[in-house]
Ligand binder design. Structure first.
Ligand code: PSV
Ligand code: MN
Ligand code: MN
Length: 426
């Protein structure tokens, strides 16, 4: 199933007039405040978020999984789905593969397909949180941190292999998320586990190509429930520093204990030039991985406010790798991803409205009320016409979800792939 620009522009025509009225009204209002609308639209159009290959099928919990039908069952179909998303939203211009789930059979065919869909290969992800078919050693008691040297060596070799696969595709970064930890007090020696992890990461880092980055993801708990080796940003930051200049911390929104001030973590890491990657999702309790912006949109805006500040003021921090790390088992995965992409763009646009100079002055004058007003005025602005305009100018849909439903894309995918295909991966 492929969408053409003319499919989309035909449907756009129906709501274009209404959109133009809304856009002009907002653009005039912002213009009076000396906000550069064209610049915001350009920033929105340039902001591309990677879709992980595992988010294209309905997710599951350890209690069950409900198929959504018509899901992709191989890498080619996964790329096609990301291509559909990108055609509609013009925001999903990259894919993030998880190895070994997504090892290409034919590299040049996959690269050709990605090129034709205008997709880049973002970070590649290793997987040492599951035992792999035919593997000699088990990760039951950890991978890069394992007390056994042979297990560590197997996990290091896997990560090095993932780098090689990524190189053939044109990826430029490796994301390492470890499930390593312990379930019961006394099970692990904390210091040995941490030192082993550091040594293993250094061994992987030493084989990293010069123009690559290593992203070290942290998470406080799950699947281990007593301790996790890389439990927080401080541990990740320490390990990234120990590895070297090409190693960075990766922040996943769901990987914090309740009420953690994530925006402050983002700001600290960017000041130190060590924020490399970012995983979007939302949560109420833990690593719920629900649709971005569905539970705490104001928190997402505050995080974006720090990201924008960092992007504008911290040249020591590299461009970030953005990825959605969410999926749910009761929604159409493509619709869910479109909702996430919209929420990300919305929070970004609102953060771009914040007048940083005025905010700085109000902070200097200790005008606490004004500081809050500046942030909340930006947050309360309905920026959706800006998002729609950015999509329109790039050939996308004014209303991606509307077009998806009007063209009955899921029905077409079911027709094409059958009712019983189940996505590989999680
Ligand atoms: C772990 O919870 C995580 O967020 C990591 O980013 C993994 O790569 C992803 O989920 C999928 O397992
Ligand atoms: Mn993640
Ligand atoms: Mn997670």
């Amino acid at each position: 199933m492929k969408l053409s620009e003319s499919n989309i522009s035909e449907i756009n025509k129906k709501s274009n007039k209404e959109h133009q009225n809304q856009f002009e009204f907002l653009a005039n209002t912002l213009d009076k405040k000396s906000i550069k609308v064209e610049q915001i639209i350009k920033s929105l159009a340039e902001f591309q978020v990677a879709i992980p290959s595992w988010a294209l099928g309905a997710g599951g919990t350890r209690f069950g999984r409900f198929s959504y039908y018509g899901e992709p069952s191989n890498l080619t179909q996964k790329l096609d789905d990301v291509g559909l998303l990108h055609s509609l939203t013009q925001t999903a211009g990259a894919v993030s593969l998880h190895i070994p789930w997504d090892i290409p059979e034919d590299y040049s065919a996959i690269k050709e397909q990605a090129k034709s869909l205008n997709l880049k290969f973002d970070a590649v992800n290793s997987n040492t949180f599951q035992d792999q078919k035919g593997a000699k050693e088990s990760y039951k008691y950890g991978s890069l941190s394992n007390a056994s040297q042979v297990v560590r060596e197997q996990a290091i070799a896997h990560n090095q292999e993932v780098i090689k696969i990524g190189e053939q595709l044109g990826s430029k970064s490796l994301t390492v998320w470890l499930a390593d930890g312990s379930n019961f007090p006394g099970q692990n020696n904390f210091q040995t586990a941490l030192s082993n992890t550091e040594d293993s990461l250094k061994a992987i880092y030493n084989t990293l190509p010069d123009d690559w980055k290593l992203f070290i993801e942290y998470k406080p708990y799950e699947p281990n429930f007593y301790s996790t080796v890389i439990q927080d940003w401080g541990t990740s930051f320490m390990l990234a520093n120990a590895c070297g200049d090409k190693a960075y911390t990766l922040v996943d929104l769901g990987h914090h204990l309740p009420n953690t001030n994530i925006e402050q973590i983002v700001s600290t890491l960017m000041l130190k030039g060590k924020l490399g990657g970012f995983h979007f999702n939302d949560s109420k309790y833990g690593d719920d991985d629900v649709t971005v912006g569905s539970v705490k949109p104001y928190a997402l805006f505050l995080i974006f406010n720090e990201l924008v500040y960092g992007m504008q003021n911290n040249p020591q921090n590299p461009d970030l790798s953005w990825m959605i790390d969410a999926s749910h088992n009761i929604k159409d995965p493509l619709e869910d991803l479109m909702q996430s992409l919209e929420a990300i763009q919305e929070a970004y646009a609102k953060a771009l409205l914040v007048n940083q100079t005025e905010l700085r002055v109000a902070q200097q004058e200790h005008d606490v009320v004004k500081c809050q007003e500046i942030l909340q005025n930006a947050y309360r602005t309905d920026v959706r016409p800006l998002l729609a305009q950015a999509r329109l100018q790039s050939g996308g849909a004014l209303n991606p979800l509307g077009v998806y439903r009007e063209l009955k894309i899921r029905e077409a995918l079911i027709q094409e792939r059958g009712k019983h295909s189940i996505a590989s991966g999680l």
